[in-house]
Ligand binder design. Structure first.
Ligand SMILES: *[C@@H]1O[C@H](CO)[C@@H](O)[C@H](O)[C@H]1NC(C)=O
Ligand SMILES: *[C@@H]1O[C@H](CO)[C@@H](O)[C@H](O)[C@H]1NC(C)=O
Ligand SMILES: *[C@@H]1O[C@H](CO)[C@@H](O)[C@H](O)[C@H]1NC(C)=O
Length: 349
């Protein structure tokens, strides 16, 4: 090796050593993005952000980086979390107030943005997140975020598996573009002020596991795939406390993996489809406070249910009598007598 190259080689080695040991510096864009985030939070009762100092952002509280590229992969700063070492873990309950800086768009390798239960995050969800194509989880529930859900979440963030924006002050509609999110498993938009209809394209998301759109002001009909196998993994569908109208489609009977169906407090009409009785996994059925009719004959097929809310509907005939043959019922909102041998653990509401 010629001496010139050898010196170069040594210089390279020493550079690598200083880089990996002494002062690990994050990518300048990550640093800029995180310092921008910090500058928009004006109070943090947990003290985590006060430890965001220097350049080694991968060791800051709430930050994880990719082990190969060193780029920031996660911002995990929930309001409730476990702190301390394994021997003396303690649960911390904290709040942050401020807004979500649009500078998070600089964190181009970000996969997880979890800022749940900080209570005091206000303002809109920044439009700039549209560039964060690697985002898999956006978890911002239980804050005071306002404005519309940025359309770009539905059009551009196609790697999303979890979108949880529940318990905020969001307004506007749910975009028909939601059908683009072909990896989405959990969608939670509960307890906001969302209006408009449930987009039909939601029935095209094959990966979906759970949908919570409860406590909004959604109108129109229930959306549910019209042929079998389109939601092969659906476990829960929670649409209670909206202004939904029309009947419960017979195609809910195709959702054979469903364990919870909650449609309470809407304006649904027509019969409760007897095909629901074919769903062997169904354990919780809440349809109370609608204008549904219930046929006791077909209802006697629902014997696997453990939770059943059916009051405040148009019940015809002796429904409570047929309930005595339900094997697992532990929570029901109408009075009924169970045969003596089955009377364990009945809680009447
Ligand atoms: C890097 O992360 C991947 C995925 O999280 C993991 O499978 C792998 O073992 C890690 N490699 C090292 C060197 O820690
Ligand atoms: C987001 O998606 C729209 C529509 O597909 C596209 O025009 C736009 O360029 C995308 N934005 C980014 C930042 O990729
Ligand atoms: C709805 O969200 C608001 C705002 O986060 C919260 O204060 C309230 O407790 C939530 N209500 C329910 C029933 O969860």
């Amino acid at each position: 090796m010629a001496p010139r190259y050898f010196i170069c080689f040594l210089a390279l080695i020493s550079l690598m050593i200083t880089n990996t040991s002494a002062h690990k510096a994050c990518h300048p864009d990550d640093l800029k993005g995180l310092y921008g985030f910090k500058s928009c939070i004006h109070s943090d009762t947990s003290g985590r952000l006060s430890k965001w100092k220097g350049q080694d952002c991968c060791n800051w509280p709430g930050i994880s980086c990719h082990n190969t590229t060193g780029r920031v992969k996660e911002i995990y700063l929930p309001g409730y979390y476990v702190d301390g070492d394994n021997e003396s873990p303690k649960i911390v309950s904290s709040t942050m107030s401020g807004s979500i800086s649009s500078s998070i768009s600089l964190l181009t390798s970000l996969e997880v943005l979890n800022l749940n239960k900080l209570v005091g995050l206000t303002g809109p969800i920044p439009q700039s997140i549209e560039v964060l194509k690697n985002l898999k989880e956006i978890i911002l529930h239980t804050n005071q975020l306002s404005g519309a859900i940025p359309e770009c979440i539905f059009t551009n963030l196609t790697s999303l598996t979890t979108l949880n924006l529940g318990n905020n002050l969001l307004t506007g509609g749910i975009s028909e573009s939601i059908g683009n999110l072909q990896e989405l498993k959990k969608l939670t938009l509960s307890n906001n002020s969302l209006t408009g209809t449930i987009p039909h394209s939601i029935t095209k998301i094959r990966s979906i596991f759970g949908i919570n759109l409860d406590k909004n002001q959604l109108v129109g009909g229930i959306q549910c795939p019209s042929s079998p196998g389109q939601w092969p993994s659906i476990n829960y569908l929670v649409l209670e406390n909206n202004r939904l109208t029309g009947s419960i489609p017979n195609s809910v009977g195709y959702l054979t993996t469903l364990s919870t169906l909650s449609l309470s407090y809407n304006q649904l009409t027509g019969p409760i489809p007897s095909c629901l009785g074919n769903i062997k996994n169904l354990q919780t059925l809440k349809v109370n406070n609608n204008q549904l009719s219930i046929d006791p004959i077909s209802f006697s097929r629902f014997t696997e249910l453990s939770v059943l809310y059916i009051s405040q509907n148009k019940i015809q005939g002796p429904l409570p009598a047929c309930l005595s043959s339900f094997k697992y019922l532990t929570n029901v909102d109408v009075p009924f007598k169970r045969s003596a041998s089955l009377s364990i653990g009945v809680h009447k509401q």
